[in-house]
Ligand binder design. Structure first.
Ligand code: ZN
Length: 85
């Protein structure tokens, strides 16, 4: 279940709640007892960005590794590789 962060426009209170995607966004702030909560950027989208960053790093590393290997070896398993003999 994704986390959502809310901030109260009225008192500045921050809170993080775990909600289902279909649940209504919260509006009521218990701290100042007003309906002033606004939804912040969700933790879910942050996680997706993090995963993309990790994926890019991993694939770059794999690429660097395979090019280093193909440079040292006389052949490699990649059919498209120019070093294949
Ligand atoms: Zn408040």
């Amino acid at each position: 279940m994704p986390f959502y962060e809310y901030r109260c426009k009225s008192c500045g209170q921050m809170l993080t709640v775990m909600q289902g995607i279909k649940e209504k966004p919260l509006v009521h702030c218990d701290n100042c007892n007003s309906d002033s909560l606004i939804k912040m950027i969700s933790r879910t989208s942050f996680d997706l960005k993090g995963g993309g960053w990790c994926g890019t790093t991993a694939s770059n590393k794999a690429k660097a590794q395979s090019s280093a290997e193909s440079g040292a070896a006389t052949s490699c398993a990649c059919n498209a590789c120019p070093h294949k003999q």
